[in-house]
Design a protein around this ligand. Structure first.
Ligand code: SF4
Ligand code: SF4
Length: 61
């Protein structure tokens, strides 16, 4: 199962990943948070678009 790994300390809560994810996997709480891991297709759009490098990898586990 794919899911983005988000470093909360690096997240500036801009919401770009939340808006860009085609699957609705992410939600902006205090920081970007995975709320629907089962829907993640591992596309990497969130990682590519994050301006702060807070999304370090798309993990497969
Ligand atoms: S890898 Fe793709 S589907 Fe998964 S959370 Fe990121 S943008 Fe959404
Ligand atoms: S794009 Fe990056 S900095 Fe912006 S909310 Fe998502 S994880 Fe946080």
């Amino acid at each position: 199962m794919a899911h983005p790994v988000i470093e909360a300390d690096e997240c500036i809560a801009c919401g770009v990943c939340v808006d860009d994810c085609p699957q609705g996997v992410l939600e902006l709480q205090d920081v970007a948070t995975v709320v629907d891991e089962d829907s993640c297709i591992g596309c990497g759009v969130c990682l590519d678009g994050c301006p702060s490098g807070a999304i370090t990898e798309i993990a497969e586990d």
